[in-house]
Design a protein around this ligand. Structure first.
Ligand code: GLU
Length: 290
């Protein structure tokens, strides 16, 4: 009889996994196994232009070589579009969403401050568009859907009591307004990361969200979505990140070595997993304290 703890590893198949992913997957896996719980694998492949099937297979292979087995079927976000649409409809019915026609260049040109869970805080350009102009543009122009965060916070009666519990940071007061009107449905994808991850963690019954501290800020946004959509609030653990020796976080785009390349160079998977479990980083990498 599996225990009540349900964790997940939720990579995006937009590149090969690196050591940072291995560390994160081990944290989520071990958190569940320690308590006889369930460890799920979710493939976050809603970004149709950047997700690649070969990376999906690579994720399966890399986890298997590390000695990590997941429970039950793999959930693919690309198969969950109806659930995201349903969540968007609920928010739209409450008049909490508006279409946004801005390009990245428009937002950059507005001098928006580069902070928040989703990059620059959106300056709100499309929030107050004339309704007739909005209707015309909706029919003819590509658009994203943004949440009107001020209205959303008002709709839940304010953010004063909106908190989440983090195993490392303790009780955290959510401050969704600091992140502005984030995108919930992208121009090029039917949901954004924020919407999909929140809806899916609830749908999969995830009790403990174990992920890197780089996603800590995103939780401010996820928490308000949970309140708006009547979803349960998991316990969070935003763990430390593996870095290079200079302290830079590993990233696909900055050329972090892939797990596949380490295995190909003779690295043993279970030995690597055990090293990371002991809090040790392989030569050339560092693992700062939580
Ligand atoms: N798909 C996200 C990523 O690869 C992680 C999602 C999450 O753990 O919340 O960065």
């Amino acid at each position: 009889m599996p225990g009540a703890v349900i964790t997940r590893f939720a990579p995006s198949p937009t590149g090969a996994l690196h050591l940072g992913h291995a560390f994160s997957a081990i944290q989520a896996h071990d958190r569940a196994r320690k308590e006889g719980g369930t460890f799920l694998l979710r493939i976050e492949d809603i970004d149709g232009t950047r997700s690649r099937p070969e990376h999906v297979q690579g994720i399966f292979d890399d986890l298997a070589i590390l000695g990590l087995a997941w429970d039950g079927p793999v959930l693919f976000q690309s198969a969950r579009l109806a659930a995201y649409e349903q969540a968007l409809s609920r928010l739209r019915e409450r008049d909490l969403l508006y279409p946004c026609f801005c390009t990245r260049a428009d937002i950059a040109a507005s001098g928006a401050a580069p902070h928040g869970a989703a990059g620059a805080i959106y300056p709100g350009t499309c929030r107050s568009l004339d309704p007739a102009i909005r209707q015309t543009r909706l029919a003819t122009e590509p658009h994203a859907w943004r949440i009107d965060m001020a209205r959303a916070v008002a709709a839940i009666g304010g953010a004063e009591e909106l908190v989440w519990h983090d195993e490392i940071a303790g009780v955290v007061s959510a401050d969704p307004l600091a992140h502005g009107d984030v995108v919930l449905a992208r121009k090029d994808a039917p949901a954004s990361y924020h919407l999909a991850v929140t809806v899916d963690d609830a749908a999969q019954g995830v009790t403990h969200v174990v992920r890197g501290v780089d996603l800590f800020e995103a939780t401010h946004v996820h928490r308000v979505l949970q309140a708006l959509l009547d979803l349960p609030v998991p316990l969070y653990r935003h763990h430390r990140l593996l870095t290079d020796v200079a302290g830079n976080r590993l990233a696909k785009r900055t050329g972090a070595p892939t797990l596949a390349s380490l295995y190909a160079a003779g690295q043993d998977g279970p030995a690597l997993a055990d090293m990371l479990r002991r809090g040790q980083a392989p030569p050339g990498f560092a693992l700062p304290r939580d």
